[in-house]
Design a binder for this molecule. Structure first.
Ligand SMILES: Cc1cc2nc3c(=O)[nH]c(=O)nc-3n(C[C@H](O)[C@H](O)[C@H](O)COP(=O)(O)OP(=O)(O)OC[C@H]3O[C@@H](n4cnc5c(N)ncnc54)[C@H](O)[C@@H]3O)c2cc1C
Length: 198
Protein backbone atom coordinates (compact mmCIF):
# COMPACT_ATOMS: atom_id res chain seq x y z
CA UNK A 1 0.00 0.00 0.00
CA UNK A 2 1.38 3.41 -0.98
CA UNK A 3 2.32 5.68 1.92
CA UNK A 4 2.19 9.44 1.88
CA UNK A 5 4.06 12.11 3.82
CA UNK A 6 1.03 14.38 4.11
CA UNK A 7 -2.71 13.98 3.74
CA UNK A 8 -5.08 16.88 3.24
CA UNK A 9 -8.65 17.23 2.02
CA UNK A 10 -7.59 20.01 -0.40
CA UNK A 11 -4.17 20.79 -1.88
CA UNK A 12 -3.95 24.29 -3.35
CA UNK A 13 -1.16 24.81 -5.88
CA UNK A 14 -0.36 28.53 -6.05
CA UNK A 15 -0.51 31.34 -3.53
CA UNK A 16 -1.65 34.28 -5.64
CA UNK A 17 -5.03 35.97 -5.21
CA UNK A 18 -6.94 32.88 -6.32
CA UNK A 19 -5.11 30.35 -4.15
CA UNK A 20 -5.04 32.59 -1.07
CA UNK A 21 -8.75 33.38 -1.36
CA UNK A 22 -9.55 29.68 -1.79
CA UNK A 23 -7.47 28.92 1.30
CA UNK A 24 -9.34 31.53 3.35
CA UNK A 25 -12.77 30.49 2.08
CA UNK A 26 -12.13 26.80 2.86
CA UNK A 27 -10.77 27.60 6.32
CA UNK A 28 -13.89 29.63 7.11
CA UNK A 29 -15.98 26.59 6.08
CA UNK A 30 -13.95 24.41 8.45
CA UNK A 31 -12.27 22.52 5.61
CA UNK A 32 -8.56 21.83 6.05
CA UNK A 33 -6.25 22.63 3.17
CA UNK A 34 -2.56 22.86 2.35
CA UNK A 35 -1.38 25.66 0.07
CA UNK A 36 2.01 25.49 -1.64
CA UNK A 37 3.71 28.27 -3.61
CA UNK A 38 7.12 28.04 -5.18
CA UNK A 39 8.07 31.62 -4.35
CA UNK A 40 9.46 32.69 -0.94
CA UNK A 41 6.42 34.91 -0.33
CA UNK A 42 3.88 37.05 -2.11
CA UNK A 43 5.00 39.20 -5.03
CA UNK A 44 6.63 42.45 -4.01
CA UNK A 45 5.44 44.08 -7.26
CA UNK A 46 2.09 45.79 -7.59
CA UNK A 47 -0.14 43.95 -10.05
CA UNK A 48 -3.95 43.80 -10.05
CA UNK A 49 -5.32 46.94 -8.43
CA UNK A 50 -9.01 47.49 -9.11
CA UNK A 51 -11.18 45.37 -6.79
CA UNK A 52 -14.80 45.29 -7.84
CA UNK A 53 -17.83 45.66 -5.62
CA UNK A 54 -18.77 41.99 -5.64
CA UNK A 55 -15.30 41.00 -4.44
CA UNK A 56 -15.53 43.60 -1.67
CA UNK A 57 -18.89 42.12 -0.61
CA UNK A 58 -17.19 38.73 -0.34
CA UNK A 59 -14.24 40.22 1.55
CA UNK A 60 -16.79 41.76 3.96
CA UNK A 61 -18.30 38.34 4.64
CA UNK A 62 -14.82 37.04 5.44
CA UNK A 63 -13.99 39.92 7.78
CA UNK A 64 -11.24 41.61 5.76
CA UNK A 65 -13.14 44.41 3.96
CA UNK A 66 -11.94 47.13 6.35
CA UNK A 67 -8.28 46.11 5.99
CA UNK A 68 -8.54 46.02 2.18
CA UNK A 69 -10.25 49.44 2.10
CA UNK A 70 -7.45 50.81 4.29
CA UNK A 71 -4.81 49.31 1.96
CA UNK A 72 -6.59 50.99 -0.96
CA UNK A 73 -7.15 54.38 0.62
CA UNK A 74 -6.50 57.09 -2.00
CA UNK A 75 -3.34 59.14 -1.73
CA UNK A 76 -3.94 62.68 -0.47
CA UNK A 77 -3.26 64.23 -3.86
CA UNK A 78 -4.32 61.29 -6.04
CA UNK A 79 -5.98 62.38 -9.26
CA UNK A 80 -7.28 59.01 -10.46
CA UNK A 81 -6.16 56.56 -13.15
CA UNK A 82 -5.46 57.57 -16.73
CA UNK A 83 -4.01 55.83 -19.74
CA UNK A 84 -1.95 57.41 -22.47
CA UNK A 85 0.53 56.51 -25.20
CA UNK A 86 3.01 59.14 -23.99
CA UNK A 87 2.88 61.35 -20.92
CA UNK A 88 2.87 64.37 -23.23
CA UNK A 89 -0.01 63.01 -25.33
CA UNK A 90 -3.73 62.97 -24.63
CA UNK A 91 -4.83 61.17 -21.45
CA UNK A 92 -7.95 59.03 -21.22
CA UNK A 93 -9.26 59.01 -17.65
CA UNK A 94 -10.35 55.55 -16.56
CA UNK A 95 -11.27 56.54 -13.02
CA UNK A 96 -11.24 60.08 -11.80
CA UNK A 97 -10.65 60.65 -8.12
CA UNK A 98 -14.12 62.14 -7.73
CA UNK A 99 -15.79 59.16 -9.43
CA UNK A 100 -18.18 57.39 -7.08
CA UNK A 101 -16.84 54.16 -5.60
CA UNK A 102 -20.13 53.03 -4.10
CA UNK A 103 -23.57 52.47 -5.59
CA UNK A 104 -25.65 51.77 -2.48
CA UNK A 105 -28.83 51.11 -4.50
CA UNK A 106 -27.08 48.19 -6.22
CA UNK A 107 -24.47 46.78 -3.86
CA UNK A 108 -23.10 47.03 -0.34
CA UNK A 109 -19.58 46.75 -1.74
CA UNK A 110 -17.43 49.77 -2.52
CA UNK A 111 -14.98 49.75 -5.44
CA UNK A 112 -11.45 49.74 -4.07
CA UNK A 113 -8.01 50.37 -5.58
CA UNK A 114 -5.65 48.29 -3.45
CA UNK A 115 -2.54 46.76 -5.01
CA UNK A 116 -2.30 42.97 -5.11
CA UNK A 117 0.92 43.09 -3.08
CA UNK A 118 -0.97 44.78 -0.24
CA UNK A 119 -4.07 42.56 -0.44
CA UNK A 120 -2.27 39.21 -0.53
CA UNK A 121 -0.71 39.61 2.97
CA UNK A 122 -4.19 40.44 4.31
CA UNK A 123 -5.54 37.22 2.80
CA UNK A 124 -2.61 35.25 4.24
CA UNK A 125 -3.11 36.60 7.77
CA UNK A 126 -6.84 35.93 7.69
CA UNK A 127 -6.41 32.41 6.28
CA UNK A 128 -3.60 31.34 8.60
CA UNK A 129 -5.43 32.81 11.62
CA UNK A 130 -8.42 30.66 10.63
CA UNK A 131 -6.32 27.49 10.50
CA UNK A 132 -5.11 27.31 6.89
CA UNK A 133 -1.62 25.93 6.26
CA UNK A 134 0.65 27.70 3.77
CA UNK A 135 4.06 26.50 2.63
CA UNK A 136 5.96 29.01 0.54
CA UNK A 137 9.23 28.08 -1.19
CA UNK A 138 7.46 24.83 -2.03
CA UNK A 139 6.85 23.72 -5.60
CA UNK A 140 4.31 21.28 -6.94
CA UNK A 141 6.47 19.04 -9.14
CA UNK A 142 3.88 16.63 -10.51
CA UNK A 143 0.57 14.98 -9.72
CA UNK A 144 -1.58 12.03 -10.72
CA UNK A 145 -5.30 11.81 -10.22
CA UNK A 146 -7.50 8.76 -9.78
CA UNK A 147 -11.15 8.18 -8.92
CA UNK A 148 -10.55 8.88 -5.21
CA UNK A 149 -8.26 11.88 -5.28
CA UNK A 150 -4.84 13.17 -6.18
CA UNK A 151 -1.28 12.16 -5.35
CA UNK A 152 1.13 15.07 -5.66
CA UNK A 153 4.88 15.43 -5.39
CA UNK A 154 6.10 18.66 -3.81
CA UNK A 155 9.59 19.99 -3.11
CA UNK A 156 10.94 22.42 -0.56
CA UNK A 157 13.09 24.71 -2.70
CA UNK A 158 15.37 25.66 0.19
CA UNK A 159 16.20 22.23 1.61
CA UNK A 160 15.48 20.18 -1.52
CA UNK A 161 13.28 17.82 0.51
CA UNK A 162 10.62 16.05 -1.57
CA UNK A 163 7.30 14.88 -0.12
CA UNK A 164 4.23 13.12 -1.43
CA UNK A 165 0.84 14.56 -0.59
CA UNK A 166 -2.44 12.70 -0.87
CA UNK A 167 -5.44 15.00 -1.33
CA UNK A 168 -9.12 14.54 -2.08
CA UNK A 169 -9.01 17.61 -4.33
CA UNK A 170 -6.35 19.71 -6.04
CA UNK A 171 -7.10 23.37 -6.76
CA UNK A 172 -5.16 24.66 -9.77
CA UNK A 173 -4.35 28.20 -8.63
CA UNK A 174 -1.03 28.21 -10.50
CA UNK A 175 -1.65 31.31 -12.57
CA UNK A 176 -2.84 32.18 -16.03
CA UNK A 177 -0.50 29.77 -17.82
CA UNK A 178 -1.45 26.96 -15.39
CA UNK A 179 0.53 23.81 -16.23
CA UNK A 180 -2.04 21.90 -14.16
CA UNK A 181 -4.82 22.99 -16.51
CA UNK A 182 -2.62 22.10 -19.49
CA UNK A 183 -1.95 18.62 -18.11
CA UNK A 184 -5.67 18.03 -17.55
CA UNK A 185 -6.45 19.23 -21.06
CA UNK A 186 -8.79 21.98 -19.88
CA UNK A 187 -9.18 24.16 -22.93
CA UNK A 188 -9.23 27.93 -23.17
CA UNK A 189 -11.21 29.91 -25.72
CA UNK A 190 -8.97 31.62 -28.27
CA UNK A 191 -10.40 35.04 -27.55
CA UNK A 192 -12.81 36.58 -25.11
CA UNK A 193 -14.13 39.96 -24.15
CA UNK A 194 -13.95 41.00 -20.52
CA UNK A 195 -14.67 44.69 -20.73
CA UNK A 196 -15.91 47.44 -22.96
CA UNK A 197 -14.83 50.79 -21.58
CA UNK A 198 -17.38 52.65 -23.69
C1 LIG B 1 2.35 43.90 -14.21
C2 LIG B 1 0.98 43.30 -13.99
C3 LIG B 1 -0.10 44.14 -13.81
C4 LIG B 1 -1.37 43.61 -13.63
N1 LIG B 1 -2.42 44.47 -13.44
C5 LIG B 1 -3.67 43.97 -13.28
C6 LIG B 1 -4.78 44.84 -13.06
O1 LIG B 1 -4.65 46.05 -13.01
N2 LIG B 1 -6.01 44.29 -12.90
C7 LIG B 1 -6.20 42.92 -12.93
O2 LIG B 1 -7.34 42.47 -12.75
N3 LIG B 1 -5.15 42.09 -13.13
C8 LIG B 1 -3.92 42.57 -13.29
N4 LIG B 1 -2.88 41.71 -13.49
C9 LIG B 1 -3.17 40.29 -13.52
C10 LIG B 1 -3.28 39.73 -12.13
O3 LIG B 1 -2.05 39.92 -11.46
C11 LIG B 1 -3.65 38.26 -12.25
O4 LIG B 1 -4.90 38.16 -12.88
C12 LIG B 1 -3.72 37.59 -10.89
O5 LIG B 1 -2.47 37.60 -10.26
C13 LIG B 1 -4.16 36.16 -11.10
O6 LIG B 1 -4.18 35.54 -9.84
P1 LIG B 1 -3.86 34.01 -9.74
O7 LIG B 1 -3.92 33.66 -8.27
O8 LIG B 1 -4.71 33.26 -10.69
O9 LIG B 1 -2.38 33.82 -10.30
P2 LIG B 1 -0.97 34.42 -9.77
O10 LIG B 1 -1.13 35.65 -8.98
O11 LIG B 1 -0.09 34.42 -10.98
O12 LIG B 1 -0.50 33.27 -8.77
C14 LIG B 1 -0.11 32.00 -9.21
C15 LIG B 1 0.87 31.48 -8.17
O13 LIG B 1 1.13 30.12 -8.46
C16 LIG B 1 2.46 29.86 -8.11
N5 LIG B 1 2.85 28.66 -8.82
C17 LIG B 1 2.82 28.44 -10.18
N6 LIG B 1 3.21 27.19 -10.46
C18 LIG B 1 3.47 26.58 -9.27
C19 LIG B 1 3.92 25.30 -8.88
N7 LIG B 1 4.18 24.33 -9.79
N8 LIG B 1 4.10 25.02 -7.57
C20 LIG B 1 3.85 25.97 -6.63
N9 LIG B 1 3.44 27.23 -6.93
C21 LIG B 1 3.25 27.53 -8.23
C22 LIG B 1 3.22 31.10 -8.51
O14 LIG B 1 4.41 31.24 -7.76
C23 LIG B 1 2.21 32.20 -8.17
O15 LIG B 1 2.44 32.78 -6.90
C24 LIG B 1 -1.58 42.21 -13.65
C25 LIG B 1 -0.49 41.35 -13.81
C26 LIG B 1 0.79 41.89 -13.99
C27 LIG B 1 1.96 40.95 -14.18
Amino acid sequence: METFDDRTPVLIAGGGLVGLAASLFLARQGIRSLLVDRHPGVSIHGRARGINQRTMEIYRAFGIEADVLKAGAPFDDEAGVARCETLAGPWEWLYEQEAPRAWPDLTAGEFCMADQNTVEPILIDAAVNTGAVHRFNTELLSFDSDENGVTARIQDRVTGERRTVRADYLIAADGNRSPIREKLGIARPDAYTFLHSR
